[in-house]
Design a binder for this molecule. Structure first.
Ligand SMILES: [Zn+2]
Length: 284
């Protein structure tokens, strides 16, 4: 058993957009459920230990908007008829994964030469339930895998998602990183421009605002770090209802939504680690 699984891709299709579009702002909160580390790019030291520092702005802990955007885009790609963002040679897949930048995802998130209709502002830490240095594993399986689309045997399986797990099964290792601990809360805004209703539903779903999926951010995803619970606050567009109804009109999309919920719902989290010890080294 692996700490990840796949959602099959549906293939890209030109998106027919409704002329009835909306612009606005979603205010969201991110509650840390298992310790989260987002690397600032800088190192700090504590005594003689050098550790990777958590992302900060003006000395305050933040989740950079770009981190959240990447995660949300991957989820949105997995549950829509879209191209997927990869440089891999995908000729073996047998599905159309390239397009003329005209699928639903290109229209929302932007693509080469096309501006994004979404802007993810940095999220600020509004409730600090503690920070800690945790040594996390650097060894993730037999060899680094190709991006997010391939299984360990090199075969294309779809888009990869890592399982959630209880806080007490997080794997430890030798790389010290600064973590924001469970119970902490970040808040921030996502701005959208000219989205039709279906796109807004997809955005709400992919942000996890239905409450049925938790997202994963930052380092150590295979080792059960980075699980976060999303909520919309000051909700003016009924985000939870939008998230829940997304995909119901298209059977194939609905199937992927169901599959993704199985992979990312907190109820389906691992309560025992699937990692094993081989030659005195933990891995999966
Ligand atoms: Zn596209």
């Amino acid at each position: 058993m692996k700490p990840y699984n796949f959602v099959p891709i549906l293939g890209a299709k030109t998106y027919i957009k409704s002329p009835d579009v909306k612009s606005g702002k979603l205010r969201i909160s991110i509650e840390v459920v298992t310790p989260v580390h987002i690397f600032s790019g800088y190192y700090n030291e504590n005594g003689n230990m050098v550790y990777k520092e958590f992302a900060k702005y003006n000395g305050k802990y933040i989740i950079p908007g770009s981190s959240l955007k990447g995660c949300v885009r991957t989820i949105a790609e997995s549950v829509s008829r879209s191209c997927i963002s990869t440089n891999q040679n995908l000729y073996k897949i047998g599905k159309n994964v390239r397009d003329r930048n005209d699928c639903i995802i290109c229209d929302m998130f932007g693509s080469l030469g096309k501006k994004s209709r979404l802007r993810f502002a940095d999220l600020e830490l509004v409730k600090n339930n503690g920070v800690d240095i945790i040594n996390i594993p650097t060894f993730y399986g037999p060899r680094p895998e190709n991006k997010n689309y391939y299984a360990a045997d090199g075969k294309f399986k779809g888009i990869k998602f890592y399982s959630h797990g209880d806080e007490n099964i997080i794997e430890k290792g030798t790389m010290p990183c600064e973590f924001v601990m469970p119970g902490s809360i970040f808040e921030g805004n996502v701005f959208y421009e000219d989205l039709d209703d279906n796109q807004l539903d997809l955005l709400c779903f992919s942000l996890g605002l239905g409450g049925d999926i938790y997202l994963k951010l930052g380092y150590g995803k295979p080792a059960y770090y980075g699980s976060v619970k999303m909520k919309s606050i000051d909700d003016k567009i009924d985000a939870s209802k939008r998230a829940s109804r997304y995909g119901m009109k298209d059977n194939d999309v609905a199937k992927n939504v169901k599959r993704l919920k199985e992979l990312l719902s907190w109820d389906k989290r691992h309560t025992k680690s699937v990692w094993r010890t081989v030659n005195n080294q933990r891995g999966y």
